[in-house]
Design a protein around this ligand. Structure first.
Ligand code: BG6
Length: 294
């Protein structure tokens, strides 16, 4: 059996012979579904996600580039929308490949460059860039890789992050390990810097930027009821954001449904936020996350 691919000009879908599947929307190159052979989605998607290309997709894996959140004090990105333009631009599907001799995996490639940006976004961020985004599916893992290239004469600076929404059955049963001994910026407590002593449990709104000790090879592991479920391995992504909106913030988001959906999701988002990456003419930056089902 072979990998089957379908592309209806808005979504690219790949199914492995073993039954696992992935779907990527060209809008944002957002991975909108990643299912096991039994049909269970590993990613959470809001029932009210806007899928018509007028708003970033609430769920799956949106790609954050070239700014995380907003950065009003950073002139080059000050006017960009929250989390940048990658997640609200239409990408090109560049094709698929499989590892040699194997029919049990597939890699889908997507591209976005300055030429594809709409005029407004282009005027807000006038640099010549190329993004190559690869989504690689194995029976028990998903790897997303982003390569950023500077194709112009001017250097530019950026942040990037994979905004993964994990599908979980109960937020109160979740434990996130691997970020012990990290400092973090607490976005729900006046941006105070705090220290994480033990693994993470979530009992109220959480929005934190973790700064794991440098060169830490430790994966981030999401467990449910004490059973490890997802293991996240970072490559060249020095920070990890952990986000759950909880009751009130979830209720304020028009595209977040059902209201109780916050119990079924947690965002664990590896990113390169600090320092800003700077690319000179002709230079490239590559980073990846690998999510293993354990
Ligand atoms: C997280 C941020 O990464 O994304 C949060 O840390 C933010 O502060 C969340 O609320 C969702 O952002 P958005 O733009 O998709 O609503």
């Amino acid at each position: 059996a072979q990998v089957t691919i379908s592309d209806d000009n808005s979504t690219v879908k790949a199914v492995l012979p073993t039954g696992e599947s992935v779907q990527v929307r060209l809008y944002g190159a957002t991975v909108s579904s990643w299912k096991t052979a039994t049909g269970k989605d590993n990613l959470w998607m809001s029932e009210a996600a806007v899928l018509d290309g007028s708003k970033a997709i609430r769920g799956g894996i949106p790609v954050v580039f070239p700014v995380f959140g907003t950065a009003p004090d950073k002139e080059s990105v000050a006017k960009l929308p929250q989390h940048g333009f990658a997640r609200i631009s239409r990408w090109e599907f560049l094709g698929k490949s499989t590892s040699e001799g194997s029919s049990s995996n597939v890699k889908l490639d997507f591209g976005l460059s300055s030429e594809n940006l709409d005029d407004n976004l282009k005027s807000l961020w006038p640099y010549k860039f190329g993004l190559l985004y690869s989504v690689a599916l194995d029976p028990d893992s998903l790897k997303t890789t982003l390569v950023v290239t500077n194709q112009g004469d001017e250097p530019f600076e950026f942040q990037t992050l994979f905004h993964t929404y994990f599908n979980i059955s109960d937020i109160s049963a979740i434990n996130i390990a691997g970020l012990e001994d990290s400092d973090y910026l607490d976005k729900v407590d006046s941006l105070k810097t705090k220290h994480q002593d033990s693994s993470i449990t979530i009992t109220s709104e959480m929005d934190r930027v973790y700064e794991p000790p440098k060169k830490s090879e430790v994966p981030v592991v999401i467990s449910e009821d004490g059973e490890p479920r997802f293991e996240i391995v970072r490559d060249n992504l020095d920070q990890v954001v952990v986000w759950n909106p909880w009751t009130e913030t979830a209720a304020k988001m028009a595209d977040f449904a059902p209201n109780e959906g916050y119990k079924n999701m947690v965002c664990v988002e590896p990113g390169s936020l600090k320092p800003w990456q700077k690319l000179e003419k002709g230079d490239a930056f590559e980073a990846a996350q690998t999510i293993k089902l354990v």
